[in-house]
Design a protein around this ligand. Structure first.
Ligand SMILES: NC(=O)c1ccc[n+]([C@@H]2O[C@H](COP(=O)([O-])OP(=O)(O)OC[C@H]3O[C@@H](n4cnc5c(N)ncnc54)[C@H](O)[C@@H]3O)[C@@H](O)[C@H]2O)c1
Length: 357
């Protein structure tokens, strides 16, 4: 099996989570992708703050550090790049990497505008390279259990409200650098909603607005209803400004009161807290469906060594390169999530139902 020589751009908090998997270092990598983690090695690291890149080089390895991503893009010894920068650079760095023949693992959200989505899809299609979005919920134990048990839901309810109010000074709240809490964090739940729905969006109607922040550009509250192309229906509630602590009685390993609930003809399930956990219920008498966990028992208590799935993301990306497989979350998935959130904003601003082309 060949190696995946990785260039790393953006050496901050989330980058460290991914680098823990390099070389199979993390004990939380699932058995089925561990061998691919062992094939990943770091070639070079880049950050605008080069001291941060150097600190990660010392801990995780690598031949060099730089403050210029072009050093990695131009390096023939780099097969793939991990992009964990702020959101305004996701699309330009993706496009440059694809142009110069590098596979891409990008943190969410893939892009900030529909134009960026179109450009990445076009470049990815033309390149024949692997392009993966690090939508972590898909890798979580509870989310995978819900997908397996209820593969064709008729109703999907997605909740992405957080506790607290994001500070105005946070880069992710900046309209240009981050796009706000719903694009930054709600995107996890939007992706999980489409993953569990197994269908594309057809139309959305949303109400919302700016309730907790001073800048009018960044909508901080969205209550949306949508129809999927397969006829099923859904709801998405996203935003900051509270609701997090209302879930305190539920164990929240990640601390996020996110959930996606699915219903299919009397069977229901809920993937909680980025999908770490799950619960199941049936109200169909004499149903042949056997719920996978006893009532009140959570996925993490039934032998799931890896609940969050984050350590599997980089290994799964390496697997897609080394086995020439489609990555578990593609540019198509990344584009659908950004477009959906932007269309929720459009609907809230215009008061109209917005359809998907
Ligand atoms: N999946 C998750 O649960 C999760 C959690 C947190 C963050 N994220 C995502 O990870 C990404 C990074 O977020 P973070 O929390 O690690 O932020 P961070 O600020 O901790 O790290 C970002 C790093 O990128 C560097 N950087 C910024 N612009 C750069 C540029 N143009 N070139 C090179 N380096 C640059 C910064 O100096 C910083 O070190 C974002 O896309 C964010 O949405 C995902």
């Amino acid at each position: 099996m060949g190696k995946v020589r990785l260039g790393v751009i953006g050496c901050g908090g989330m980058c460290r989570c991914h680098l823990e998997s390099v070389g199979g270092r993390s004990p939380s990598i699932s058995g089925d992708v561990k061998e691919f983690a062992e094939q990943v090695e770091i070639r070079g690291l880049v950050d605008v703050d080069v001291a941060k890149a150097e600190a990660y080089r010392e801990k995780y390895g690598g031949e060099y550090v730089s403050d210029d991503p072009e050093r990695l893009f131009q390096d023939p010894e780099v097969d793939a790049v991990l992009i964990t920068t702020w959101h305004d650079t996701h699309a330009p760095y993706s496009l440059r990497a694809l142009e110069l023949g590098k596979h891409v693992l990008i943190e969410k959200p893939m892009a900030m505008t529909e134009k960026e989505c179109d450009e990445i899809l076009e470049a990815e299609g033309r390149s024949g390279l692997k392009y993966m979005v690090a939508f972590r919920c898909r890798f979580a134990k509870g989310a995978k259990d819900v997908k397996r048990e209820i593969p064709n839901p008729d109703n999907i309810i997605a909740h992405a409200r957080t506790g607290g109010i994001w500070p105005e000074t946070l880069w992710a709240q900046d309209p240009l650098k981050g796009g706000g809490q719903i694009l930054s964090q709600g995107c996890h739940v939007v992706d999980l909603m489409f993953y569990l729905a197994g269908s594309e969006p057809e139309s959305v109607y949303a109400v919302g607005g700016v309730f907790h922040h001073s800048r009018p550009e960044v909508i901080d509250t969205i209550n949306a209803t949508l129809r999927f192309r397969n006829g099923s229906v859904g709801a998405f509630l996203g935003g900051d400004g509270g609701a997090g602590r209302l879930m305190m009685h539920h164990p929240l390993p990640c601390g996020c009161p996110f959930f996606v609930m699915v219903v299919e003809k009397g069977r229901s399930a809920i993937a909680i807290d980025h999908g770490h956990d799950a619960r199941f219920e049936s109200c169909v008498p004499d149903s042949e469906w056997k719920i996978p966990y006893e009532s009140g028992v959570h996925s993490q208590e039934v032998g799931a060594e890896v609940a969050s799935g984050v350590p599997d993301i980089l290994p799964a990306f390496a697997r897609s390169i080394l086995k020439d497989e489609t990555p578990p979350a593609t540019a198509h998935d990344g584009a659908r999530t950004t477009r959906f959130i932007l269309k929720c904003f459009e609907s809230a601003r215009t008061g109209k139902i917005v359809t998907f082309g």
